[in-house]
Design a protein around this ligand. Structure first.
Ligand code: DP6
Length: 347
Protein backbone atom coordinates (compact mmCIF):
# COMPACT_ATOMS: atom_id res chain seq x y z
CA UNK A 1 0.00 0.00 0.00
CA UNK A 2 1.13 3.54 -0.73
CA UNK A 3 -0.34 6.17 1.60
CA UNK A 4 -0.57 9.62 0.04
CA UNK A 5 -1.78 13.19 0.73
CA UNK A 6 -1.45 16.43 -1.24
CA UNK A 7 -1.89 20.05 -0.32
CA UNK A 8 -1.00 23.58 -1.34
CA UNK A 9 0.23 26.48 0.78
CA UNK A 10 0.23 30.21 0.05
CA UNK A 11 2.89 32.87 0.25
CA UNK A 12 2.61 35.50 2.99
CA UNK A 13 4.11 38.99 2.96
CA UNK A 14 4.92 40.57 6.31
CA UNK A 15 3.81 44.11 7.11
CA UNK A 16 5.68 43.94 10.44
CA UNK A 17 8.90 42.11 9.67
CA UNK A 18 10.49 39.16 11.42
CA UNK A 19 14.21 39.90 11.51
CA UNK A 20 16.46 38.38 14.17
CA UNK A 21 16.51 35.16 16.19
CA UNK A 22 16.80 34.80 19.93
CA UNK A 23 17.46 31.06 19.50
CA UNK A 24 18.85 29.88 16.17
CA UNK A 25 18.49 26.14 16.89
CA UNK A 26 14.76 26.35 17.70
CA UNK A 27 14.30 29.22 15.23
CA UNK A 28 12.77 31.58 17.79
CA UNK A 29 12.42 35.24 16.80
CA UNK A 30 13.49 38.34 18.71
CA UNK A 31 10.23 40.08 17.81
CA UNK A 32 6.66 39.31 16.83
CA UNK A 33 5.61 39.84 13.21
CA UNK A 34 2.42 40.19 11.21
CA UNK A 35 1.63 39.24 7.63
CA UNK A 36 -1.03 39.10 4.98
CA UNK A 37 -1.54 35.74 3.27
CA UNK A 38 -1.74 36.08 -0.50
CA UNK A 39 -4.07 34.31 -2.85
CA UNK A 40 -3.02 30.89 -4.04
CA UNK A 41 -4.28 31.66 -7.53
CA UNK A 42 -0.82 32.65 -8.68
CA UNK A 43 1.70 32.06 -5.91
CA UNK A 44 1.76 28.75 -4.09
CA UNK A 45 3.67 25.57 -3.34
CA UNK A 46 2.01 22.24 -4.12
CA UNK A 47 3.32 19.27 -2.13
CA UNK A 48 2.52 15.58 -2.20
CA UNK A 49 3.68 13.41 0.68
CA UNK A 50 3.60 9.64 0.45
CA UNK A 51 4.95 6.73 2.45
CA UNK A 52 4.97 3.00 2.07
CA UNK A 53 6.53 -0.07 3.66
CA UNK A 54 7.70 -0.92 0.14
CA UNK A 55 9.75 2.29 -0.22
CA UNK A 56 13.44 1.78 0.38
CA UNK A 57 16.17 4.17 1.47
CA UNK A 58 15.90 7.44 3.34
CA UNK A 59 13.22 10.13 3.26
CA UNK A 60 13.49 12.17 0.04
CA UNK A 61 12.32 15.48 -1.40
CA UNK A 62 12.04 16.51 -5.05
CA UNK A 63 11.72 20.29 -5.33
CA UNK A 64 10.76 21.53 -8.78
CA UNK A 65 11.96 18.16 -10.18
CA UNK A 66 15.41 18.43 -8.54
CA UNK A 67 16.41 16.15 -5.63
CA UNK A 68 17.14 18.15 -2.47
CA UNK A 69 19.62 16.97 0.15
CA UNK A 70 17.25 16.81 3.11
CA UNK A 71 19.42 14.42 5.14
CA UNK A 72 21.93 17.15 5.93
CA UNK A 73 19.30 19.90 6.24
CA UNK A 74 18.80 20.34 9.99
CA UNK A 75 15.62 22.36 9.60
CA UNK A 76 13.85 19.86 7.35
CA UNK A 77 14.99 17.09 9.70
CA UNK A 78 13.56 18.97 12.71
CA UNK A 79 10.15 19.19 10.98
CA UNK A 80 10.16 15.54 9.90
CA UNK A 81 11.22 14.26 13.34
CA UNK A 82 8.48 16.22 15.11
CA UNK A 83 5.77 15.08 12.70
CA UNK A 84 6.94 11.46 12.96
CA UNK A 85 6.87 11.71 16.74
CA UNK A 86 3.27 13.00 16.63
CA UNK A 87 2.32 10.10 14.35
CA UNK A 88 4.16 7.63 16.57
CA UNK A 89 2.08 8.82 19.57
CA UNK A 90 -1.10 8.02 17.60
CA UNK A 91 0.24 4.56 16.72
CA UNK A 92 1.05 3.83 20.36
CA UNK A 93 -2.45 4.82 21.46
CA UNK A 94 -4.09 2.92 18.62
CA UNK A 95 -2.22 -0.33 17.85
CA UNK A 96 -4.34 -1.05 14.76
CA UNK A 97 -3.24 2.21 13.06
CA UNK A 98 -0.75 1.56 10.23
CA UNK A 99 2.85 2.23 11.30
CA UNK A 100 3.37 5.17 8.94
CA UNK A 101 5.95 6.74 11.25
CA UNK A 102 8.42 3.96 10.45
CA UNK A 103 8.03 4.12 6.65
CA UNK A 104 10.29 6.20 4.37
CA UNK A 105 8.65 9.42 3.16
CA UNK A 106 8.66 10.66 -0.42
CA UNK A 107 7.94 14.37 -0.80
CA UNK A 108 7.36 16.11 -4.11
CA UNK A 109 7.05 19.92 -4.15
CA UNK A 110 6.42 22.36 -6.97
CA UNK A 111 6.58 26.15 -6.64
CA UNK A 112 4.75 28.12 -9.28
CA UNK A 113 7.13 31.08 -8.83
CA UNK A 114 10.92 31.56 -8.76
CA UNK A 115 12.44 29.73 -5.79
CA UNK A 116 14.57 31.90 -3.46
CA UNK A 117 13.92 35.09 -5.45
CA UNK A 118 12.89 36.79 -2.25
CA UNK A 119 9.28 35.83 -2.91
CA UNK A 120 8.86 34.01 0.37
CA UNK A 121 9.24 30.60 -1.25
CA UNK A 122 10.57 29.08 1.98
CA UNK A 123 7.39 30.19 3.74
CA UNK A 124 5.05 28.46 1.30
CA UNK A 125 7.49 25.54 0.95
CA UNK A 126 7.72 24.57 4.61
CA UNK A 127 4.04 25.30 5.24
CA UNK A 128 3.06 22.94 2.40
CA UNK A 129 5.53 20.29 3.56
CA UNK A 130 4.25 20.32 7.15
CA UNK A 131 0.60 20.34 6.17
CA UNK A 132 1.02 17.57 3.57
CA UNK A 133 2.69 15.27 6.10
CA UNK A 134 0.19 16.22 8.83
CA UNK A 135 -2.60 15.22 6.42
CA UNK A 136 -0.80 11.99 5.47
CA UNK A 137 -0.38 11.11 9.16
CA UNK A 138 -3.96 12.20 9.96
CA UNK A 139 -2.71 14.39 12.79
CA UNK A 140 -5.41 16.12 14.84
CA UNK A 141 -3.32 19.31 15.25
CA UNK A 142 -4.75 22.75 14.54
CA UNK A 143 -2.97 25.17 12.16
CA UNK A 144 -1.68 27.07 15.20
CA UNK A 145 -0.23 23.85 16.66
CA UNK A 146 1.35 23.00 13.29
CA UNK A 147 2.83 26.51 13.14
CA UNK A 148 5.25 25.36 15.89
CA UNK A 149 6.56 22.74 13.49
CA UNK A 150 6.66 24.91 10.35
CA UNK A 151 8.52 27.63 12.30
CA UNK A 152 11.42 25.25 12.74
CA UNK A 153 11.64 24.86 8.95
CA UNK A 154 11.61 28.59 8.27
CA UNK A 155 10.31 31.26 10.60
CA UNK A 156 8.05 32.97 8.10
CA UNK A 157 6.51 29.57 7.19
CA UNK A 158 4.55 29.48 10.44
CA UNK A 159 2.43 32.36 9.10
CA UNK A 160 1.53 30.50 5.87
CA UNK A 161 -0.60 27.85 7.59
CA UNK A 162 -3.56 30.19 7.81
CA UNK A 163 -5.22 32.70 5.57
CA UNK A 164 -6.07 36.33 6.06
CA UNK A 165 -4.13 38.42 8.58
CA UNK A 166 -1.71 36.42 10.69
CA UNK A 167 0.36 37.33 13.74
CA UNK A 168 3.37 35.32 14.78
CA UNK A 169 3.74 35.87 18.54
CA UNK A 170 7.42 35.84 19.44
CA UNK A 171 6.67 34.26 22.82
CA UNK A 172 8.97 34.18 25.82
CA UNK A 173 9.26 30.46 26.69
CA UNK A 174 12.75 29.08 26.20
CA UNK A 175 11.47 25.93 24.53
CA UNK A 176 9.45 28.00 22.02
CA UNK A 177 6.12 26.52 23.09
CA UNK A 178 4.44 29.96 22.97
CA UNK A 179 6.08 31.08 19.71
CA UNK A 180 3.06 30.44 17.51
CA UNK A 181 1.09 31.95 14.65
CA UNK A 182 -2.59 32.87 14.89
CA UNK A 183 -5.10 34.39 12.50
CA UNK A 184 -6.13 37.83 13.76
CA UNK A 185 -8.72 38.41 11.02
CA UNK A 186 -9.99 36.28 8.13
CA UNK A 187 -9.57 37.48 4.53
CA UNK A 188 -13.32 38.18 4.39
CA UNK A 189 -12.79 40.93 6.97
CA UNK A 190 -11.08 43.20 4.40
CA UNK A 191 -11.78 41.69 0.98
CA UNK A 192 -10.86 44.78 -1.08
CA UNK A 193 -7.25 44.86 0.11
CA UNK A 194 -4.95 43.86 -2.74
CA UNK A 195 -1.27 43.24 -3.25
CA UNK A 196 0.78 43.84 -6.37
CA UNK A 197 4.11 42.02 -6.56
CA UNK A 198 6.79 43.69 -8.63
CA UNK A 199 9.54 41.30 -9.56
CA UNK A 200 12.67 43.38 -9.83
CA UNK A 201 14.86 40.33 -10.11
CA UNK A 202 14.06 36.63 -10.22
CA UNK A 203 17.72 35.81 -9.44
CA UNK A 204 18.72 34.24 -6.16
CA UNK A 205 19.11 36.91 -3.52
CA UNK A 206 22.45 38.22 -2.27
CA UNK A 207 22.52 37.64 1.49
CA UNK A 208 20.16 34.84 2.59
CA UNK A 209 17.78 35.96 5.33
CA UNK A 210 19.08 33.49 7.95
CA UNK A 211 22.66 34.77 7.64
CA UNK A 212 21.58 38.39 7.19
CA UNK A 213 19.52 38.50 10.37
CA UNK A 214 22.36 36.91 12.35
CA UNK A 215 24.72 39.69 11.20
CA UNK A 216 22.13 42.31 12.14
CA UNK A 217 21.56 40.87 15.63
CA UNK A 218 25.30 40.76 16.26
CA UNK A 219 26.32 44.15 14.87
CA UNK A 220 23.48 46.65 14.39
CA UNK A 221 23.21 49.40 16.98
CA UNK A 222 19.64 50.18 15.91
CA UNK A 223 18.42 46.61 16.17
CA UNK A 224 17.80 46.41 19.93
CA UNK A 225 15.47 49.41 19.95
CA UNK A 226 13.61 48.06 16.96
CA UNK A 227 13.10 44.61 18.49
CA UNK A 228 12.40 45.70 22.06
CA UNK A 229 10.31 48.82 21.77
CA UNK A 230 9.39 49.80 18.20
CA UNK A 231 7.96 46.50 16.98
CA UNK A 232 5.87 45.65 20.09
CA UNK A 233 4.11 49.02 19.82
CA UNK A 234 3.66 48.64 16.05
CA UNK A 235 2.14 45.19 16.48
CA UNK A 236 -0.63 46.71 18.59
CA UNK A 237 -1.17 49.63 16.23
CA UNK A 238 -1.21 47.36 13.19
CA UNK A 239 -3.74 44.96 14.70
CA UNK A 240 -5.97 47.91 15.51
CA UNK A 241 -5.57 49.32 11.97
CA UNK A 242 -6.49 45.96 10.44
CA UNK A 243 -9.51 45.52 12.71
CA UNK A 244 -10.66 49.06 11.81
CA UNK A 245 -9.75 48.59 8.10
CA UNK A 246 -7.89 51.89 8.43
CA UNK A 247 -5.84 51.81 5.22
CA UNK A 248 -3.93 55.04 5.89
CA UNK A 249 -2.70 53.72 9.24
CA UNK A 250 -2.02 50.26 7.76
CA UNK A 251 0.00 51.91 4.96
CA UNK A 252 2.02 54.14 7.27
CA UNK A 253 3.00 51.32 9.63
CA UNK A 254 3.76 48.96 6.73
CA UNK A 255 6.13 51.42 5.04
CA UNK A 256 7.76 52.54 8.27
CA UNK A 257 8.34 48.97 9.39
CA UNK A 258 9.86 47.98 6.04
CA UNK A 259 12.12 51.05 6.21
CA UNK A 260 13.06 50.30 9.82
CA UNK A 261 13.99 46.71 8.93
CA UNK A 262 16.11 47.86 5.95
CA UNK A 263 17.70 50.54 8.16
CA UNK A 264 18.93 47.83 10.55
CA UNK A 265 20.31 45.96 7.53
CA UNK A 266 22.23 49.03 6.39
CA UNK A 267 23.36 49.55 10.01
CA UNK A 268 24.78 46.00 10.15
CA UNK A 269 28.48 45.37 9.65
CA UNK A 270 29.35 44.53 6.96
CA UNK A 271 26.27 46.43 5.72
CA UNK A 272 23.53 44.48 3.97
CA UNK A 273 21.90 46.05 0.92
CA UNK A 274 18.69 44.45 -0.26
CA UNK A 275 17.14 47.43 -2.07
CA UNK A 276 18.37 48.71 -5.42
CA UNK A 277 17.50 51.54 -7.82
CA UNK A 278 14.44 49.72 -9.12
CA UNK A 279 13.19 49.22 -5.55
CA UNK A 280 13.67 52.95 -4.92
CA UNK A 281 11.74 53.74 -8.12
CA UNK A 282 8.87 51.65 -6.71
CA UNK A 283 9.02 53.63 -3.44
CA UNK A 284 8.87 56.86 -5.43
CA UNK A 285 5.91 55.54 -7.41
CA UNK A 286 4.03 54.81 -4.17
CA UNK A 287 4.80 58.33 -2.95
CA UNK A 288 3.50 59.70 -6.27
CA UNK A 289 0.25 57.73 -5.88
CA UNK A 290 -0.22 59.05 -2.36
CA UNK A 291 0.54 62.64 -3.39
CA UNK A 292 -1.91 62.46 -6.29
CA UNK A 293 -4.63 61.08 -4.01
CA UNK A 294 -3.89 63.55 -1.21
CA UNK A 295 -3.87 60.66 1.30
CA UNK A 296 -2.23 57.29 1.79
CA UNK A 297 -3.77 54.90 -0.75
CA UNK A 298 -0.70 52.71 -1.46
CA UNK A 299 2.05 51.14 0.67
CA UNK A 300 5.30 49.42 -0.25
CA UNK A 301 7.14 46.72 1.62
CA UNK A 302 10.36 44.83 0.80
CA UNK A 303 11.70 41.55 2.20
CA UNK A 304 15.29 40.33 1.95
CA UNK A 305 15.61 41.29 -1.71
CA UNK A 306 14.78 44.08 -4.18
CA UNK A 307 11.25 42.90 -5.14
CA UNK A 308 8.46 45.23 -4.06
CA UNK A 309 5.04 44.31 -2.75
CA UNK A 310 2.49 47.12 -3.03
CA UNK A 311 -0.67 47.03 -0.93
CA UNK A 312 -3.71 49.09 -1.97
CA UNK A 313 -7.49 48.94 -1.90
CA UNK A 314 -9.32 47.76 -5.00
CA UNK A 315 -11.09 51.06 -5.60
CA UNK A 316 -7.69 52.72 -6.13
CA UNK A 317 -6.39 50.13 -8.56
CA UNK A 318 -6.63 52.41 -11.62
CA UNK A 319 -4.55 55.15 -10.06
CA UNK A 320 -1.95 52.75 -8.61
CA UNK A 321 -1.65 50.69 -11.80
CA UNK A 322 -1.40 53.83 -13.94
CA UNK A 323 1.42 55.33 -11.90
CA UNK A 324 3.32 52.05 -11.80
CA UNK A 325 2.94 51.45 -15.52
CA UNK A 326 4.36 54.90 -16.21
CA UNK A 327 7.20 54.79 -13.68
CA UNK A 328 8.35 51.29 -14.46
CA UNK A 329 8.51 51.98 -18.19
CA UNK A 330 11.32 54.42 -17.41
CA UNK A 331 13.27 51.99 -15.24
CA UNK A 332 15.72 49.35 -16.46
CA UNK A 333 16.14 46.03 -14.68
CA UNK A 334 12.50 45.43 -14.02
CA UNK A 335 11.31 41.94 -14.95
CA UNK A 336 7.56 41.89 -14.56
CA UNK A 337 4.73 41.69 -12.15
CA UNK A 338 2.68 39.01 -10.55
CA UNK A 339 -0.52 40.93 -10.97
CA UNK A 340 -2.91 41.79 -8.25
CA UNK A 341 -3.20 39.08 -5.67
CA UNK A 342 -6.34 39.24 -3.67
CA UNK A 343 -5.38 37.96 -0.24
CA UNK A 344 -7.25 34.81 0.41
CA UNK A 345 -7.77 31.93 2.76
CA UNK A 346 -9.12 29.42 0.32
CA UNK A 347 -7.98 26.52 2.48
C1 DP6 B 1 12.53 39.64 5.58
O1 DP6 B 1 11.60 33.10 7.38
O2 DP6 B 1 13.25 33.28 5.48
O3 DP6 B 1 11.00 37.98 4.84
O4 DP6 B 1 13.61 31.63 9.73
O5 DP6 B 1 15.90 31.94 8.84
O6 DP6 B 1 14.19 30.77 7.45
P1 DP6 B 1 14.46 31.82 8.50
O7 DP6 B 1 14.08 33.21 7.86
P2 DP6 B 1 12.88 33.62 6.88
O8 DP6 B 1 12.96 35.22 7.07
C2 DP6 B 1 12.01 36.06 6.53
C3 DP6 B 1 12.44 37.47 6.71
C4 DP6 B 1 11.60 38.51 5.99
C5 DP6 B 1 10.57 39.11 6.93
C6 DP6 B 1 9.32 38.30 7.21
O9 DP6 B 1 8.87 37.50 6.36
O10 DP6 B 1 8.75 38.53 8.29
Amino acid sequence: TVYRASTTAPVNIAVIKYWGKRDAALNLPTNSSLSVTLSQKSLKTHTTASCSASYTGADSLLLNDEPEDIQSNKRTQACLQLLKRFRHDIEVKNPSAPKLSTMPLKLVSINNFPTAAGLASSAAGFAALVRAIANLYELPHTPTQLSLVARQGSGSACRSLMGGYVAWRAGTARDGSDSIAEEIAPVSHWPNLKALILVVSADKKGVASTAGMQTTVETSTLFKTRAESIVPQRMEEMEAAIHAKDFAKFAEITMRDSNSFHATCLDSWPPIHYLNDVSRAAMNAVETCNRKAGKLIAAYTFDAGPNAVIYYEEENEKLVAGVFRYVLQQVKGWEGEYGAQIPSNEQ
